[in-house]
Structure formats: C-alpha cells, structure tokens
Design a protein around this ligand. Sequence first.
Ligand code: TPP
Ligand code: MG
Length: 320
Amino acid sequence: MFPVEQLIEHYRVMLVIRHFEETLNRLFGEGLILGTAHLCAGQEACAVGAIAALEPDDLVSSNHRGHGHFIAKGGEPKRIMAELFGKATGYSGGRGASQHMADFSIGFLGMHGITGGMIPVATGAALSQKLLNTGQVVLCFFGDGATGSGAFHEAVNIGAVWGLPIVYFCENNLYAMSTPLQQAFKNTDIAGRASAYGIPGVQIDGNDYFAVRQAAEQAVEHARAGGGPTLIEAQTYRIFGHSKSDDCQYRPGDEEQLWAARDPLKLMGQRLIDGEIISEVQAEQLHREAQSMVSEAVEFARRSPAPDPQTIGNNLFSQF
Ligand SMILES: Cc1ncc(C[n+]2csc(CCOP(=O)(O)OP(=O)(O)O)c2C)c(N)n1
Ligand SMILES: [Mg+2]
C-alpha cells in the first residue's frame, strides 16, 4: 500500500482544490472575478491520484479545467488566485486568467482554452524527453470531448508509433459542455480506442484516488521503461456547470445525486478514517486548514497590485 504520510498529504491537497473551486464559484457569484473559469470540483481524485504517480521532475500538461492539475503539481494557490483576480502577482502577471497559466520550474506545461490543443504539445514534450534521454515522463490531461478532436488522434498515434514516454489521461466527466457522451460518440468506450493505436487502454473509477494512482503508476512505469504511451479513461463527474454561466439544466437530477454519493473527497476521507490513518477530528482539522489556505490566497489576491499600465506592451509577439 501507499505510504501513510503521502495519503494524508494528498487528501489535504484534494481538500485545498475543492475549497479553491468552491470559493471561486462564490466569488464569481459576487462579481469579484471577471472573465470565466471551468471548475474541477468533483474531479480531484484524477488530478491528485495521477500526479501522485510522478516524480517531481516529470511533466504535466493540462486543459481549460486546470486549477486542480496545477495545484496538485505544486502550483501556489495564492498565485493562481491572484491570476484570477487579474493581479500582477498572478502566474501570468494578471494577463492570462483561468486558462492560461504555466510554471516550467515545477514541470507544469500549462493550461489551454483550445479543446485538445495541449495533446500535441504534451506529445512534443515527450518527444524531447526521449531524444534528450532525460528519463522524464509526461502526463497529459484532457476531457472526453477532446477525444473527438483530430489533434487527439494525430498526437496519440504518433506518440504510440514513436514509443514516447507519455500517459494520455482522459477525465471522462460524461459531458462536453452540455453534450452528453452518447450524443458525441457512437462508440463511447474511450479506453477501447487505445487498440486503434496499438497501446494499452484502461478504464478506471476516476473518483477513487487509489484506483487512479494505481493505474497511473502502472502507466508511468511502462512509459519510463520505454514501453510508450498508455491511454487511461477515468470516469468522473464535475459538480458545477461547464463554466460559470451554466446551471446544468441538461443533467438529470438522479444522475447528479448518484455521483454526489460517490464524491471523491467523501470516498477518500472515509477510506482514511476506516483504515485508522486519520480520525474524524483530524479530517475536520484538514478541512479547516484547507479552507484557511484558500482564504489566505483570496486575501493575497485582493491586496496585490494591478499590473502596471506601463507594461501593457510586454510579452507580446507584435509590438504597437
Ligand atoms: C477547438 C475548440 N472547440 C470548441 C471549444 C469550446 N469548448 C470549450 S470546452 C469544450 C468542451 C470540452 O469538453 P471535454 O473535453 O469533455 O472537457 P470538460 O469541459 O468536460 O472538462 C468546448 C467544446 C474550444 N474551446 N476549442
Ligand atoms: Mg467532459
């Protein structure tokens, strides 16, 4: 089994992600954050369980629903929050907002708003690792909707042909915006598509940290040993709407209830308590710590300065 201290730490990170997203949802409601965001509450076991399988210098690529991936890879909640507030202390100096943050120093290759857009980028990063013989592995997150893009097909095919050290990790939350999986694909077996590329494919319970970590460890080991990519399909569910303006009218209430009963935080918390790894009191304490970490992040973001207008021309490809 996994080391106990790691399990507690990963549960703590899952709680931070949940409080971060719940807080953001509230701040949007209060009109304190402009633009949009795609919240990952409900999908924490995917981010934390899969990244748990990596070494610190391995690489992660994300998508539009990326706050959890970033926090799990070691991104600082206060700098992510500052970016969402459009402040100079944010990861992109307040210019990128929710979908455009990266930190190469911790191996986080970034989020992106183009559906499927990071899959070829991550595949290119994996090619670099192979050519430079670094021994590092790339973990590439994307949604079920992204698997309908040409970018997915082309990248996974070339990743397979070249035997690249990459794990393709699909968070299948059953919807792409308001379109259910069954309306987007005649064949809804995403893991099964791996056979078209000649690589292993595995379908797992994406709300179970242990199942995710186990599958990811196997895939990472396979990639690091030169075996090439694996396609993991993790079945999960987002708690909030697709983005801030979506009240999920297209989702059946009983489906939401079914998944609420299988909330990844509930499952992980119960598992740790049942295994006598933590007590109920400790679980409460971890909740409070996560909550205050997020409150501090909000305070940091509020107090931070706005970007200096003099820097408006910085970091542009074309100057005016
Ligand atoms: C190329 C492209 N087409 C369409 C969109 C609009 N869009 C944003 S998110 C999204 C759905 C993505 O669904 P999925 O990959 O399942 O991820 P999820 O939002 O469910 O996490 C779409 C179609 C986009 N951003 N980029
Ligand atoms: Mg989806």
